[in-house]
Design a protein around this ligand. Structure first.
Ligand SMILES: Nc1ncnc2c1ncn2[C@@H]1O[C@H](COP(=O)(O)OP(=O)(O)OP(=O)(O)O)[C@@H](O)[C@H]1O
Length: 299
């Protein structure tokens, strides 16, 4: 390749080589407020990607655009399945984004069916598959084999995720009776029962104690390893972000200010200043504190 050509086409970053999601020049305006400002980034297939930034930076708004809760004012969100099918998420209603594009999501505040059992929560998550197999109830009512098989598979899948999330012994308890950390894991299990191409987690470590946080890290790393599911997470807990992410994107006031590996982002003075809300002259002190936190999390 000529020098001129190689200079004009720089090597792709690892997460740009086979992205599951490409966010391209997305804007989201609420009246006069620009919550997301010309945002572009890629989510690598099979990666754990973290979206971080101070409160109000626009992270949840980005999630809402990806999952169809908001239509971006401008820009494209291109999701590509491993099999090659491409979905333009900004053109799809939210129910199709979950059912067809297979983007699953958890929320900042837990949204389980608290009166249903743990197992029932996982079966409800597979409602779409069961409805299709039931021929919209007729085959189900008649108890035909196609429906019975689908039902059996749904229970097997639920049991698989109960085991993965350490909830097998609580299968018949109401979800609302589980401790907080277990409810968070159940939310992830529920999302995984839909076999997502992209799993979006909004602050999965919020409110967890250090032991639960470590369990969450192990669960997410296990999902990446075994299921090869691509994960995009919003997280304020830097020990989680630094320990499990392959790729970190940093937002401030809706604008991307950094995009790289955890080490690159962590050492970026702009990120430290923006994320931790400090003045430039305080950065060194904060960097030392950050090192302590990360070392503490590793031991
Ligand atoms: N529906 C809405 N209408 C008006 N403004 C909104 C709406 N949703 C979000 N915003 C504003 O957009 C900006 C970004 O909010 P967003 O919730 O996306 O930030 P965030 O980074 O997720 O914050 P946090 O970490 O606190 O959850 C904020 O100024 C917020 O007030």
């Amino acid at each position: 390749m000529s020098e001129a050509l190689s200079m004009s086409s720089p090597a792709l970053l690892p997460w740009e080589q086979n992205p599951v999601l490409k966010v391209e020049h997305v804007f989201m305006r609420f009246g006069g407020l620009i919550a997301v400002n010309d945002l572009s980034f890629s989510v690598g297939r099979g990666d754990i990607t973290a979206l971080i930034g101070p409160n109000g930076a626009g992270k949840t708004t980005v999630f809402n655009c990806i999952t169809g809760f908001y239509k971006p004012t401008q820009g494209m969100l291109r999701l590509e399945h491993a099999a090659g099918t491409t979905f333009l998420l900004e053109r799809m209603p939210d129910f199709k984004i979950s059912a067809k594009a297979r983007v699953a999501r958890t929320f900042q505040n837990i949204r389980l069916f608290s009166g249903m059992t743990v197992l029932e929560n996982l079966l409800v998550a597979q409602h779409n598959t069961l409805m299709t197999a039931s021929g919209m109830t007729i085959l189900g009512v008649l108890g035909l084999p196609g429906y019975r098989n689908a039902e059996k598979k749904a229970v097997e899948k639920a049991k698989y995720w109960l085991e993965k999330t350490g909830l097998t012994l609580r299968a018949d308890d109401p979800a609302g009776d589980l401790p907080y950390g277990a409810q968070r894991r159940l939310e992830i299990a529920r999302a995984m029962c839909t076999e997502p191409e992209l799993l979006c987690l909004d602050e999965p470590a919020a409110g967890l104690n250090p032991r639960e946080s470590a369990e969450l890290n192990a669960l997410l790393l296990g999902i990446r390893e075994t299921e090869k599911t691509s994960i995009l997470l919003i997280e304020h807990d830097m020990s989680v972000v630094m320990e499990i992410s392959d790729h970190v994107i940093v937002l401030e006031y809706g604008t991307k200010i950094a995009d790289g590996t955890p080490t690159e982002v962590r050492n970026d003075p702009r990120v430290i200043a923006a994320y931790l809300g400090v003045d430039d002259e305080e950065i060194e002190v904060v960097e030392e504190k950050l090192d302590e936190i990360i070392e503490g999390a590793a031991t």
